[in-house]
Design a protein around this ligand. Sequence first.
Ligand SMILES: [Zn+2]
Length: 188
Amino acid sequence: MAVRRVLTVPGDETKLRIKSNKVPSIDRSVAALVEDMLDTLYEYDGIGLAAPQIGVTLRLVIIHLPDEEEPRIMINPQIVKTGGQMYEDEGCLSVPGYVGQIERYANITVKALNINGQEVRHKAIDPLFAKALQHELDHLDGILYYDRLIEGEHLKPARRADDKEATSIENKPLRQTKPTVLKESYEP
Ligand SMILES: [Zn+2]
């Protein structure tokens, strides 16, 4: 068990852009990876983390919602169903200090294997869960949330860029931000 370094843009962007491979089998190395991802998620005070964010290009995502006791471990997740649309501010542990408004599906169902190799369906109708799922699954395909910025939108600085809590957001609902928007767009 160990806290791993979370890759960040711009320095690690090439690695973050790699499309991840399926987890071939759920063995002890996968269990150890999940432990490290959980340690890292909690250390960074995040809600979700994808394996490529710690440099492991495998299709593995963890999400621990604030109102749930247990983290959700999703191995080889696949989207089953989507519906609706919503506009939400998002942040990312790999893009520290910034947030941006993104269009997402309002609800989404994903099927994935759990750590015991059983198929589990995760139905997200809660906005936080729905956007976390879409955000983390995007990481598996090398997509960063600012690729999906609404036209005309730019990344904005998180409310307090030097505040650990503000800079470590990954899908956390933001406290009300001031309407001051950076004029220049963020160039990763
Ligand atoms: Zn992210």
